[in-house]
Design a protein around this ligand. Structure first.
Ligand code: PBG
Length: 350
């Protein structure tokens, strides 16, 4: 008979394993962590079963557990007690993220610490940048803050973000994380010039060895919904479409990646991952990024939908997750940021 007997390649388990073209490893994973103020706190996020917000003391236990199963990289998100219209709590050197970073650095010196650099959890309006009207104004506090809160929620227009003022603030935030001991800062605000603004400030202050992971091709996605509950960062009016990318576009993603590389990014990211595997692959294959590591963010909504289906018994969580994470790697990701990092590490061992 004249046909290829490809099924012989799949004859038995060990043979299949020998012939695997993509191998997932615990070393691929980065675990995102949400940190809050206070003591002995561990709050489960309603829309992300199994994911928690930790106060710094409990965060240490979590990092310890992650390390035990082989996860050595974490990405820190801070949820502050106080917000203002300029997002100034984000660059307080004794703010929530710098304090968490210092503590991890102390207790786990070899862990790779990445930090998210953005304003959305720190601004009253929940946008990733400061608004044109607010630019240059002093932060509002106390009852004034409530007034503004109220006013903003009544306004239904799209935000006008002050790009260039925002990148100055992002650079300050990144510097405060670097001072605390971060290895990698990851700007996620999708402002133009954010990578170069951060690179400049880091270099000027003696932190040339701190890497930048650009959230380069970050799409305006409905899959961030659960994260916004987790980090209390939903925009109070309008949406993020004037700065995050339009999901109809791929070539524009390559331009964003190219721009970040030119500005000095050490790692570029595609986010979300699952509905954007073609983007990951295109970034991987595009000549200009030949040798730059690519991260993919398996985001909150991608986590929640599998969790919900598996809680209902509609699919097997372990098998579905390993299939998804492998597909992200097969598409070309070198680094996978995933809320399943710990479980996946255990599943890969068993
Ligand atoms: C902050 C930020 C977001 C995520 C990571 N950093 C939310 C957003 O842009 O609205 C999403 C992560 C996730 O959904 O898991 N800008």
């Amino acid at each position: 008979m004249e046909f290829n007997r490809l099924r012989y390649l799949r004859k038995k388990k060990l043979l299949r394993e020998l012939l695997q073209e993509t191998r997932l490893s615990v070393k691929d994973f980065v675990l995102p962590l949400f940190v809050i103020e206070g003591k002995n706190k561990k709050e489960e996020i309603f829309s992300m079963p199994g994911v928690f917000r930790f106060s710094i003391d409990n965060l240490m236990k979590e990092v310890g557990e992650a390390k035990k199963v082989g996860i050595v990289s974490v990405l820190i998100f801070g949820i502050p007690n106080r917000k203002d219209d300029m997002g100034s709590p984000a660059y307080n050197e004794n703010g929530i993220v710098p304090n968490a970073v210092k503590k991890i650095r102390q207790e786990f010196p070899d862990v790779v610490i990445m930090t998210d650099v953005c304003l959305c959890s720190y601004t009253i309006h929940g946008h990733c940048g400061i608004l044109k009207a607010a630019a240059g104004r002093r932060p509002m506090v106390g009852s004034k803050q409530k007034n503004i809160d109220h006013k903003l929620s009544a306004i239904k227009y799209q935000p006008e973000i002050d790009n260039d003022k925002t990148i100055e603030i992002l650079a300050k935030i990144a510097l405060s994380h670097a001072v605390a001991g971060a290895d990698i800062v990851a700007p996620s605000a999708m402002m133009d010039g954010q990578v170069s603004a951060i690179r400049k400030v880091l270099d000027k202050n003696g932190f040339s060895d701190v890497l930048i992971m650009g959230y380069s091709a970050k799409y305006a996605s409905s899959f961030y919904g659960p994260f916004r509950e987790a980090s209390d960062s939903a925009p109070q009016f309008g949406d993020r479409k004037s700065y995050q990318m339009d999901y109809h576009n791929l070539k524009e993603a390559l331009r964003e990646v190219e721009a970040d590389i030119k500005e000095g990014a050490d790692i570029v990211m595609v986010k979300p991952a699952l509905a954007y595997l073609d983007v990951i692959k295109a970034v991987k294959e595009s000549a200009m990024v030949d040798n730059i590591p690519i991260a993919a963010y398996n985001v909150s909504g991608e986590y929640s939908m599998i969790k919900a289906a598996s809680e209902k018994g509609w699919l097997d969580e372990k098998n579905a997750v390993l299939e998804i994470l492998t597909s992200i790697k097969r598409a070309g990701a070198d680094i996978i940021i995933t809320y399943w990092a710990k479980e996946a590490a255990r599943w890969l061992k068993s």
